[in-house]
Each structure stands twice: as C-alpha cells, then as structure tokens.
Design a protein around this ligand. Structure first.
Ligand code: PMP
Length: 385
C-alpha cells in the first residue's frame, strides 16, 4: 500500500524532486551540476534570509557534518557556550569535546527551552567566543526563540551559531536580521530532499575567521570548501572533494518548487499543518511534549501516551499506512512518539495522521476522546485558520 512518511526526515518526498536527480550522465565538472550548485547556493541565502555578505556552503554529510564544520571558526582554548534543549543540543557538547576548546552547557528539561534571560546572564559572566543553539529541538519539538536570544547576547559574544536542521524551510528564518553568524541545516528535513548534504550560511565576519589556525580537521574544514563554493556560485567547476551530485540536482529542483510556492507561503503551510496536528492531538485528550505554546514548532510534535506503548502505536500505524517517529529523549523514554510535519506535507496528510492515531490508540486501549480528533482538525480547517 501507499505509505505516508511523517517521520522526522526524510519525510515523504515530492516525486518531481526525486526525478530531478535521476540522471545518468552528470559529472561533477559538468555545466548542469555547476549550474545546479550556483542556483542552490544563491537560493540558500534567500531561504536563510541573508544578503550576499553571507557565504553559503553545501557540503556532504548532513546536520552533523554541518555542525562539526563550525569548528573551522574556533581556535585552541576558545570558550563555547552550548544551549541545549535536548538530544541534538547535547550533540554540540559531544562534538566540541573532541576538540581543544572549552565547553559549557545550559540545559533545559525535556519539553522546555533555556530561557533567553538565562543565556544572557551566562554570556555576561564569561568571555565566550561562540554560542550554539538549536532552533527546533527535534527530540521534543521545542522551538527556541532565536531572535529574542540574539538581541540579548549579540554584544557579548563573537559568534552565534544556530542549528536549523529541523526548522529551515518550515519556520521563519531571518539569519541576518537576527544577527546570527552561522545558520545551518540538512537536506532531509523541511527542505524536502533526501539525506546527504549539510547546508550553511556564514556571516562575513565569521568567514574572515576561516584560517590555518582553526581546530578543524580536513574534510569538514570550511576553509577547504570556501573556494569551491565561491567558484561554483560564479558558474565555474571546482574540486576539493566530490559533492553528492545527484542529491544537489534534487536540491535544485526542491528550491525551484519552494520559489514557486513562495517561502512565506511555505512557512504558512507549515504553521497551518502543525496547528491542525495539535488541534487533533489535544482534542483526543493527549498531551504535547512541548510544555509552552510559544515553543510549539511548525515541524515536529511530540505526543505523550498514558497507557499505550509507543512502539505498538508505531508498528500498528505503519501497518495502517503512516510511519511516525519514535521518541528519543532519554528522560521520556517509552512515553512518547513524534509526528514529523515538514517538507511537502499537506492538510490531508494531517487528517490521515490524526485518523490513524485515533484508530490505533483506540485499539490499544489508550484513554482518548474517540471521534474528537479528526472532527477538531476539520473544524480548525473550516473555521480556525
Ligand atoms: N540537529 C537536529 C536539530 C536534528 O534534528 C538532526 C537530525 N535529526 C541533526 C542535528 C543531525 O543531523 P544528521 O542526522 O543529518 O546528521
């Protein structure tokens, strides 16, 4: 049967995007590939809300390679403050622990986010070179108010880095207005392409720091990729290490579709879809993992279960045609699952998702308001938007 993938990336991918990469004769120095890179690098600036002063990068890997590549901006002994709201916030700590830099972390409890005033207080206490944040923490679906934080901390730190892996393409991102130095994402999430690439924009100030004295290694050293990106953007082939050619053809196609849809319209669609998901979940009487409404994200919703085993819900939903994602936050292990709603998702997918959850949980004996979920979504779509 046809399946809807409402996991946390990859999710169901548009066929035109997939077909964009079905080419048997495209080499890494070909005009077709160089043009795709040039277009994609330029469009990445628009998607991130930055001017030409920012340097775009598309590198192999994904979210983690993009994250690790920011070590290109650090020197031995630098102090880094990690703001962590969950599993992917903690990943920054694991990455920096591999390098000769000093790491301090501010951590929120599962379902919460570190408050802007707390971050402000900490950066005023010490001399941090870099602060890292996670825009949408995928393990819980919690969104950090990046604009508010950067307003408070900009004057106290050299570099502000934001992991937008679960946000770019589905949430408003205005990296330049928010004075963020590095905004990064991965191909498999709200951009709606397969996994395999990390995408970043880097401020002029930060780009100037790329040099011989960074703590970065070889492959993920942005200094080694800089010339390639600059050359490709100008339409000239260049090589440091082979890029995922066919994926980048798909990224180009996805970016064309995003341009046609309009970035604002795409974000609005994600807002409507995520609101509809929450209406359905709440009407069923289930609790959302994100504890405060201002922290609800457009892209991921964590759902607590009282009685049913989330693994049973996942396997039975899959048998009914929709694949959701397991919960991964260790503090909530076995108590929740996640609905991914990003990329090419639409309101009919939400109706199907809530209907499946309603059916499956009813069979599993979870106490829910049976029949109220789909109804609430329908009412929202008619009267609520
Ligand atoms: N950051 C966030 C917020 C993520 O959701 C993920 C992936 N789930 C990553 C980083 C890591 O990305 P990848 O798995 O592509 O390395």
């Amino acid at each position: 049967t046809r399946k809807i993938l409402m996991h946390v990336g990859p999710e169901t991918i548009d066929y035109d995007v997939l077909l964009g990469g079905v080419k048997g004769d495209v080499g890494f120095t070909s005009k077709e590939f160089v043009d795709a890179m040039s277009f994609s690098l330029k469009f990445l600036r628009k998607l991130m809300g930055v001017s030409e002063s920012y340097q775009p990068f598309i590198i192999p890997g994904g979210g983690t390679s993009a994250m690790e590549s920011v070590t290109s901006l650090l020197r031995k002994g630098d102090k880094v403050l990690v703001v962590s709201n969950g599993v992917f916030g903690n990943r920054w700590i694991d990455i920096f622990s591999r390098y000769p830099v000093n790491v301090k972390a501010l951590k929120a409890k599962a379902g919460y986010y570190v408050k802007p005033e707390e971050i402000e207080e900490e950066v005023k206490k010490d001399n941090y070179t870099m602060v890292t944040m996670t825009h949408v923490e995928t393990s819980t679906g919690v969104r950090e108010p990046i604009a508010e934080v950067t307003k408070r901390i900009r004057d106290y730190v050299d570099l502000i880095v934001v992991d937008g892996v679960a946000s770019v393409g589905g949430e408003e991102v205005r990296a330049e207005d928010w004075k963020v130095d590095v905004f990064l994402t991965a191909s498999q999430k709200a951009i709606g392409t397969p996994p395999g690439a990390g995408l970043l924009v880097v401020s002029e100030n930060a780009t100037k720091r790329l040099g011989e004295d960074s703590v970065a290694g070889y492959y993920l050293n942005l200094k080694n990729w800089l010339g390639v990106m600059q050359s490709m953007e100008k339409g000239k082939a260049s090589y440091f290490s082979t890029l995922p050619v066919h994926l980048i053809l798909m990224i180009k196609k996805a970016f064309e579709l995003i341009e046609t849809e309009g970035i604002e319209n795409r974000i609005r669609r994600h807002e409507i879809v995520s609101s509809a998901v929450r209406k359905g979940i709440e009407a069923l009487g289930l609790e959302i993992v994100a504890k405060t409404p201002e922290a609800y994200s457009n892209t991921v919703t964590g759902v607590m279960l009282k009685k049913a085993n989330p693994n049973d819900l996942l396997s039975m939903s899959l048998a009914e045609g929709i694949e959701f994602a397991p919960g991964v936050h260790p503090d909530l292990a076995g108590k929740y699952f996640r609905i991914g709603h990003m990329g090419w998702v639409n309101i009919n997918d939400v109706i199907s998702a809530i209907a499946v959850i309603e059916r499956v949980l009813s069979k599993l004996g979870e106490p829910i308001n049976f029949g109220e979920g789909v109804k609430a979504v329908q009412e929202y779509l008619i009267n609520g938007i």
